[in-house]
Ligand binder design. Structure first.
Ligand SMILES: O=c1ccn([C@@H]2O[C@H](COP(=O)(O)OP(=O)(O)O[C@H]3OC[C@@H](O)[C@H](O)[C@H]3O)[C@@H](O)[C@H]2O)c(=O)[nH]1
Length: 468
């Protein structure tokens, strides 16, 4: 991204201003996604930040067209009158219908949604150009970055995110970066992807390290968000021994690190610790119903041991811990072949294939959008509470209802076909989020339909750009 125009824009530089109300980010370049040696100079989609007062300067018609189109896309402030010092009341637009920001002011995690969308929902990929004639990809050099908050030395934390190149991890990293912290990502890229965080590479606040948490790692940090572990059933069942090792040895290594450098440690546990629940909805006090020798055990029991380890380090060694039990989560950057129901249904619908329901489709799940989860994780990390907390959206669907919802959202007339139910597939799941509401002041803000809309758009963009 060449945002050098930032420096030269008059007055409201998005980098230096704390109130970005008058700042527009525009893409004034061409929208041609295929390239040849003649137009390589005109590499498309290089956004420029211009002073909004300068909008009328350009008399070139073509340029005007592309400006209008891209203004709608990148004008972070147009409809939202967002300020970096926004309060929680300013998360929604004035008509209360549109979400314009994410986060919570009490932990200073509020950032404009448009900034985040700029990296996960570009109309064309920012850093890649596919030449379909020669089947070659040009990777574009990013010269500058989204604006991050300027924090004092006291406020600025060094934060380690294990699994930070994965689906959830990369959204957490985006938010922590925009908040102004220093972020170190550890990932072995089994399910994570460099592209999920490539927009931060070479940023002075960012480091990406290829490392498997199964091996010890030493670094001075203030906080550790421990996410590293494959989360989709086909992925975690692919190599169950490795999944157990990741949960057990990976968590021991990260807890050992937290103990040594006195960092606060947050474990991302899962609703799967409740197994095939006999209590509904599931509160944190429920002990669960897990088959210890079934195909899901490598993940379910792995995470249960990870929780046991976390509280053992707390009691025995005084490690400062947090535990989030994450319920089904979806959003952009899910792996298209990750095998979970949301990405499966969306990809099948976009390709016009049959939607595959496992079993009779009467099993239920409750789906949360990824921004809500990131909000909850940051709140939990920064609150003084050590018991486990459920993070999920209690909006419960049968899988058959969910298939209908995706068909409507994608507007496809695909059929539904049923396949055998997986062994030990939980029959129902819904979080009791009373604790999160009372302790964190958190509840989901994203209606499932709205999150699905963004996710469908993400997969559409990826498909159009031939990136899947
Ligand atoms: O194509 C599909 C995929 C999945 N399903 C069904 O949809 C339901 C949800 O399945 P997913 O694979 O998305 O997720 P699961 O609920 O089984 O596991 C998830 O639980 C919570 C998280 O911690 C993990 O991300 C994951 O383990 C299951 O009943 C599954 O059988 C389908 O009907 N069709």
């Amino acid at each position: 991204m060449d945002w050098n125009a930032i420096a030269s824009s008059k007055g409201n530089s998005i980098l230096s201003s704390t109130n970005t109300n008058d700042t527009n980010i525009k893409n004034s370049s061409e929208n041609n996604n295929s390239i040849n040696s003649n137009n390589i100079e005109n590499i498309p989609n290089i956004p420029k930040i211009l002073d909004s007062n300068n909008n009328d300067d350009d008399n070139d018609n073509n340029n005007k067209e592309s400006k209008i189109e891209n203004t709608n896309e990148h004008n972070f402030q147009k409809n939202c009158r967002f300020s970096w010092n926004s309060t929680d009341e300013q998360i929604f637009s004035e008509d209360e219908k549109t979400i314009i920001a994410v986060g919570h002011s009490c932990v200073k995690s509020v950032v404009p949604l448009e900034l985040l969308r700029y990296v996960y929902l570009p109309t064309k990929p920012h850093n890649r150009l596919l030449d379909s004639n020669t089947m070659t990809i040009f990777y574009l050099h990013q010269k500058s970055f989204l604006p991050v908050k300027s924090l004092s030395q006291k406020e600025k934390k060094r934060i380690l995110v294990t699994g930070g190149a994965g689906f959830v991890g990369s959204h957490l990293v985006d938010r922590l970066m925009l908040m102004g912290h220093e972020v170190i990502v550890l990932d072995n890229f089994f399910t994570g992807r460099k592209n999920n965080v490539s927009h931060w590479m070479n940023h002075p606040n960012f480091e990406l390290i290829r490392h498997d948490v199964v091996d010890p790692f030493l670094i001075e940090v203030d906080q550790i968000y421990h996410l590293a572990c494959p989360a989709s059933p086909p992925h975690y069942q692919y190599n169950p021994i490795k999944t157990v090792k990741t949960s057990v040895m990976g968590t021991i290594n990260m807890l050992g690190l937290a103990k040594r450098v006195k960092a606060r440690f947050l474990l991302t546990s899962t609703s799967e610790v409740y197994g095939d629940p006999e209590e509904h909805p599931q509160a944190e006090t429920y002990w669960g119903h897990v088959n210890p020798i079934g195909p899901r055990a490598c993940y379910d029991e792995g995470k249960r041991v990870a929780e046991t380890l976390t509280y053992s380090y707390m009691h025995q060694d005084d490690v400062d811990v947090r535990v989030a039990r994450i319920f089904n989560t979806f959003g952009p950057r899910m792996n298209e072949n990750d095998g979970r129901v949301v990405s499966n249904f969306i990809m099948q619908a976009l390709k016009g294939e049959d939607l595959t329901i496992y079993g009779d489709g009467s099993q239920t799940r409750s789906f949360q959008y990824v921004h809500d989860l990131v909000d909850g994780l940051i709140l939990l990390m920064n609150k003084d509470y050590t018991e486990p907390i459920n993070l999920g959206n209690p909006d419960e669907y049968t899988i058959r209802e969910f298939a209908e919802l995706i068909r409507n959202e994608v507007n496809c007339s695909c059929n539904i076909k049923t396949l055998p139910a997986p062994t030990d597939d939980p029959k129902k799941r819904k979080p009791d989020i009373t604790r999160a509401e009372q302790i964190l002041g958190w509840k989901p803000r994203w209606p499932v339909k709205q999150g699905i809309g963004e996710t469908v758009k993400y997969f559409q963009i990826q498909m159009e750009a031939d990136l899947l």
